[in-house]
Design a protein around this ligand. Sequence first.
Ligand SMILES: *Cc1c(COP(=O)(O)O)cnc(C)c1O
Length: 391
Amino acid sequence: MSFDQLHAELQARKAQSLYRQRRILQSPQAPEVMVDGQACLAFCSNDYLGLANHPQVIAALKEGADRYGVGGGASHLVNGHSQAHHALEEELADFTGRPRALLFSTGYMANMGAITALLDKRDGIFQDRLNHASLLDGGLLSGARFQRFLHNDADNLNTRLQRSEARRKLVVCDGVFSMDGDLAELPSLCATAAEHRAWMMVDDAHGFGCIGTQGRGTVDHFSLSSDQVQLLVGTLGKACGTSGAFVAGSDDLIETLIQHARTYIYTTSMSPAVASATRVGLKLLQQDEWRRDKLQHLIQRFRQGCQQLGLPLMPSPTPIQPMMVGAADHAMAISAALEAQGIYIGAIRPPTVPKGAARLRVTLSASHTDAQLDRLLDALEDVMLGKGRHN
Ligand SMILES: *Cc1c(COP(=O)(O)O)cnc(C)c1O
């Protein structure tokens, strides 16, 4: 048995500009990074608040390791549930205004685990077309009747819910859509879900820390209660600066996940040192209002700059500011030309986004300066508008 077939498939992928390659990061996350031996200015991390390399978060990781060691050592249900994990769960429940929160090692696992614990083939799941892969995968794995509704379209959701005779109905969406940067239209989606007595689940990976009161996220931004959004997922590897994720909700919900979420039960707990670091990340995320103010300032400045230049912005109020390009090879060429100028932005291509909808995904962080942002705008003008040597 040879791998000729795989080799041919890989070659075809290359020919279509869809081949993915890892770059080697040789520095911490920051605006100025070292990648494959080259210094560049990056606009592609999800470290929205600049906490991934914060001295207090680093110190907390070290102290956590001194106190609890590095490895979790076992799953949460055996003896891997440390005091650091437990304290973090209580703080997350408190911060999100819900009775309980449950920690998972990654957002991918939180989504897979929660959905499969709650639904089976008697049930129905209703997902926004642009939902994150982990939500789609969780829905498929659950065996529930799977439906995708048009992006942010409550009428389309309503039609689908009306037709469903499922035992349980779960409506799921991103709070902030990860490749478009727009917010879920939660008021209308939640009202529609409630009309049909469906549960509402929001994955706020990109809203948590960035919007809402003290960074409480998209659900808080729209002033929705835990009666309207019964399952809230947040991830800790983005604005919070560390890693992991949580599901927050009622006591019965969390107890059900502890009993049935396979990605919770059959895996080693995250490092307790990371849990310790995350407690400090969460505190900084909450108290440093200036980081969100700075981010808003940068978002406005970037959008104004692009509008003046006539660059193709998408309607996003968040630090995710994608520029639609279209063809995958064009997106790759722009990304390469920017890199030649020392600017690092990821080209997002199918299957992450639909065919013909490749884009440059610019992300902003509170740690960027105005001068760095202006460098980005100059480079975009040069590369995208043909003012420079690359066109
Ligand atoms: C990043 C992301 C996840 C996955 O979270 P990880 O902790 O990185 O596994 C889930 N949902 C959305 C919307 C995301 O953007």
